[in-house]
Ligand binder design. Structure first.
Ligand code: GAR
Length: 208
């Protein structure tokens, strides 16, 4: 493990989580270096954020690859070249095949309390729309280790936020995102400190 920890950030869109990492690194709350950014979409604004921050940024599109394995191998190739300790999915909307050398070294953030409102098709505002339609009284976010299924691996941490009577998908998304901005850097810090023990689907956070 490098000190500070070296991260790869994988995204597909706006890159708000990448921006949160950059801001938390700048204000000293997150002790990490973003070594590489990979986007699954050429037009993703997250690429612009990366380049503005002088972070090497690459595009790998699923449609340009013959299989999920080829797509994943190209992405993890960039991660290996950048010698990263941890891969952070940050609004990355493609399923990955995680190679053996990155098993238990990929984190994802999902804007709901897994196992609610997760899986294929549940991303961005669609998640919050589903939560409001179902009438839940709380929602939140989940940071988990990624495996080869959508939103499925061992859960590291969750934050709960209230759902208010006059919420819209946008207002709920903003409240959940504020929780994400704390939860994801915290999980990365625990990983960097070697404090996460995976036991089946459970993750124990060891005291330092
Ligand atoms: C993440 O913060 C997370 O809430 C969500 O996308 C956000 C980043 O999107 N991830 C998912 O919904 C994954 N299922 P952005 O890059 O478009 O800002």
């Amino acid at each position: 493990m490098h000190d500070p920890i070296r991260l790869a950030v994988l995204l597909s869109g706006n890159g708000t989580t990448l921006q949160n990492f950059l801001d938390r690194i700048a204000d000293g709350i997150l002790r990490a270096e973003i070594a590489v950014v990979v986007s699954s979409k050429a037009e993703a604004f997250g690429l612009t954020r990366a380049r503005r921050a002088n972070i090497p940024a690459f595009v790998v599109e699923r449609k340009s690859c013959s299989s999920r394995e080829v797509f994943s191998e190209r992405i993890f190739g960039y991660c290996r070249e950048a010698d990263v300790d941890l891969v952070c999915l940050a609004g990355f909307l493609q399923l990955l095949h995680i190679p053996d050398d990155f098993r238990n070294r990929v984190l994802n953030i999902h804007p709901a309390l897994i196992p609610a409102f997760c899986g294929k098709g549940y991303h961005g505002l669609a998640v919050h729309r589903a939560a409001l339609e179902r009438g839940v009284k709380v929602s939140g976010c989940t940071v988990h280790f990624a495996d080869n299924e959508y939103d499925h691996g061992p859960i590291v941490t969750q934050r709960v936020v209230p759902v208010l009577d006059d919420d819209t998908p946008e207002s709920l998304a903003a409240r959940v995102f504020a929780a994400e901005c704390e939860a994801y850097p915290q999980a990365i810090q625990w990983f960097a400190q070697g404090r996460l023990r995976i036991e089946g689907q459970r993750v124990r956070v060891m005291t330092p």
